[in-house]
Design a binder for this molecule. Structure first.
Ligand SMILES: C[S@@+](CC[C@H](N)C(=O)[O-])C[C@H]1O[C@@H](n2cnc3c(N)ncnc32)[C@H](O)[C@@H]1O
Length: 335
């Protein structure tokens, strides 16, 4: 009886952790409620004293079940609502372009051109990617068409380990091994939008990781220099970016705290690991008019934008609280 109670309790707790996978969350908590209820009936019939355990087990499983069903319901309703087919999105974006042109706005916000990869525009991953752009980016505050276009072109699933590919377009970061992560799609889009990349720009990307942010930047600027401190990640990202045809990205293994003095100045610098202060070399390597987007802080981090004005003066502003991996190397030793 006690083992039934404990199993029900463990299942309930597990389902909280895995509740974001709708079916798994519901299945675990449902099983928890079922086992707990069987245990409860048996303990009442046999007048055993484990009723307390069982009630706690059932309660946790039941709450998890309600949360799980709620999540699943919201997910399925949202999926149906925005079950936008490629044609719908095409029509939508064409309409937007006509509207934009009629207002004299020159930015392009059309369908992805799939220039590097995805042979089939109808592949499930392309559909997932376009839904990600619609639901996670456009419905939030990502309004820069060039960023939306770039995010709808880069095949994020090819940047994550094979077992994680099914989750590549979900609204959260993913582990890429070596204790590191690929950032949530929204954060990549937000940082890119804040950096205001332009086609003739030269960009510095610090914390290459799997190379996804570098690829997004590569769609938008002339040249990307990317630095990763973990040698295996740097090697893998270099190979991946090359295979995918991103010939305008150069990856090197090193400490991004010092920037890349040989290629200064940079119009855009994006940093994906948090130091507890803004590294001075990065400010020095910004071109006049350039922007540095960087998470800063230890336990509490803020996403900061540092702008170097044409006269060389520096303006800093904090955008939102964020949570990034800490910057290692010199940033970690300069305490
Ligand atoms: C959040 S991950 C980067 C995600 C990456 N932008 C992507 O698209 O996958 C942060 C990365 O920064 C790297 N990193 C941490 N400190 C660094 C440093 N001082 N110089 C360069 N890279 C660093 C980590 O090894 C890790 O790969």
């Amino acid at each position: 009886m006690r083992s039934l109670a404990i199993t029900s309790l463990v299942l309930g707790i597990f389902s909280f952790f895995f509740g974001w996978i709708p079916v798994v969350g519901i299945a675990l908590s449902g099983l928890g409620v079922l086992l707990g209820s069987i245990g409860l009936v048996l303990s009442i019939v046999r007048r055993r004293s484990e009723i307390g355990y069982l009630i706690v087990g059932i309660s946790i499983s039941a709450v998890a079940l309600i949360v799980g069903v709620g999540t699943w319901f919201e997910y399925s309703v949202m999926t149906k609502k925005s079950e936008t087919s490629l044609q719908d999105i095409q029509a939508d974006t064409q309409e937007m372009n006509v509207e934009r042109e009629s207002h004299g706005v020159s930015q392009h916000c059309g369908l992805p051109r799939f220039k590097h990869h995805d042979a089939s525009a109808d592949s499930p991953q392309t559909q997932q990617r376009l839904r990600m752009v619609e639901r996670q980016l456009r419905k939030r505050d990502i309004t820069d068409c060039s960023v939306l276009d770039a995010m709808s072109r880069v095949p994020r699933h090819l940047f994550v380990p094979v077992p994680k590919r099914v989750f590549a377009y979900e609204d959260h970061p993913l582990s890429i091994g070596y204790d590191q992560t690929i950032s949530q799609p929204y954060i990549v889009a937000l940082m890119t939008q804040l950096a205001q990349p332009k086609p003739k720009f030269r960009a510095l990307d610090i914390g290459t990781g799997c190379g996804y942010q570098a690829a997004v930047l590569a769609e938008l600027v002339d040249k990307v220099y990317s630095i990763e401190i973990v040698p295996s990640l740097a090697d893998e990202a270099r190979g991946r970016l090359k295979t995918l045809g991103y010939n305008n990205v150069e990856v090197r293994c090193g400490d991004g705290y010092r920037g890349w003095p040989e290629h200064t100045p940079f119009d855009v610098i994006i940093v994906a690991a948090a130091p507890d202060h803004i590294p001075q070399p990065l400010i020095d390597q910004l071109a006049p008019g350039g922007r540095l987007v960087i998470p800063v802080g230890r336990d509490f981090q803020n996403l900061m934008v540092v702008e170097k004005k044409p006269d060389g003066s520096i303006q800093k502003r904090s955008v939102i609280p964020v949570r990034f991996v800490p910057m290692t190397g010199q940033a970690a030793s300069k305490k």
